[in-house]
Design a protein around this ligand. Sequence first.
Ligand code: SF4
Length: 283
Amino acid sequence: MEKGDLMREFTYQWNPEEYNHRGKEPILKITKSSFGTFQWCPRKYFHSYVERLPQDQTEAMLKGTIIHNSRESFFKSFDIKKAESYSHNELIAYCLSLYPLDEYVDMYETMAIFDANRFMEAKIDTVENYLPVVNEVKLDAEIQVGEYTVHLQGIIDRMFLDGNSHIPMEFKTGLWKDYKTTSMRKEMAFYQLLYENTPEKILQEKGLNQDIPITHWGWYYPASNYIHIEPIKKGSMTAVMKGIAQIIASYEESLFPTKYFARTCTSCSYYGICDAVNSESWL
Ligand code: SF4
């Protein structure tokens, strides 16, 4: 497919046997979330995306949605000209005023201090790069994996410009733990794959320039006051391609195995119907 052409329909209810390279049947859809769920547990993926069984809405999910929306609004409302006239303390107050008054005010305070400090640094350097180039942008791409074309989709929280580099930053409302590094790298590599394969026309419409490469990526966990930026890791990109191939293989074999972990499975929405729970919990 030429970049800029219309994309094919896509679905999670994909049947590889009907796949035809030039056909009209929907191709496999893979989002960052569905990819992550498959990595977590292929059976959970099957229940959630293929069977479309509802999932319980947890308090953490609700909190995540509210704070993500607040963060998006913050960047939409932030006025650089106004901010330039403020002292550090005034800047903190200004940043805080851009967040809503709800039960997550402690988190907003941490973010306001972080954002004010970042602005003070940007004022010395390049204030025009303070705001992200894109703020919650959805991208769509098609890639070739073996004999199949698959559709990738994801929402990049924010992408910043630094010199001649784009830096996607993921925002998380949970607590940071070092063991999350590997999965965070895979999330960021998924974004990079998506960005590099999104048709140029779509990127331009969203305000992105594909000539500017992603050289670094990062994540911000305000609940732990933790931010991390690092050069991209080629190994993470390989891991994402391997993960995509595993999803395809599961569809081909109609096999979505369980990944049972006593500690984490109790929070799974499908705990009650999972055959691994009965067999594994008695071992
Ligand atoms: S209970 Fe555990 S093994 Fe079963 S579907 Fe959920 S995550 Fe997978």
